[in-house]
Design a protein around this ligand. Structure first.
Ligand code: HBI
Length: 96
C-alpha cells in the first residue's frame, strides 16, 4: 500500500506540535523515551498502544526494560514519516 511521505515542512510542523518527540538520526522516524512508575504501568501502556496499533494497522517499533519504554514511529510503506506516525504519536501523547 502506498502511503504518502510527509514533506519536510509537514515533518517540522509535526515535531513542533509533538513535544518530547525527536527526529531520528536517519530522519525516517520520530522517537520518544517514556518512563513509568513500574513495569506494570509500562506494560499497561504498551497494551493500550498495541490495541490501538492493531486497529489503526500501524505498529510502533519499541523497546521496554522494566518501567522504561522507547518508541520509534515510522511508516515502512512510505519509506519514512507519514500522517499515520503523527496520529499514533498524538494517541500516545493522549494516554501518558
Ligand atoms: N506499521 N509502522 C508501520 N508501518 C507500516 O508501513 C505498516 C505498519 N503496520 C501494518 C502495515 N504497514 C500494513 O500495510 C501491512 O499490510 C504491512
Amino acid at each position: 500500500m502506498t502511503i504518502p511521505r510527509l514533506t519536510d515542512a509537514e515533518r517540522d510542523q509535526a515535531l513542533h506540535d509533538l513535544p518530547g518527540w525527536t527526529l531520528s538520526d536517519d530522519g525516517l522516524a520520530i522517537e520518544i523515551d517514556l518512563e513509568f512508575g513500574d513495569f506494570n504501568e509500562a506494560f499497561g501502556f504498551m497494551t493500550r498502544v498495541a490495541i490501538h496499533a492493531d486497529k489503526a494497522d500501524h505498529h510502533p517499533e519499541w523497546f521496554n526494560v522494566y518501567n522504561k519504554v522507547r518508541l520509534r514511529l515510522t511508516t515502512h510503506d512510505a519509506g519514512g514519516l507519514s500522517m499515520r506516525d503523527v496520529e499514533m504519536a498524538q494517541f500516545i501523547d493522549g494516554i501518558v
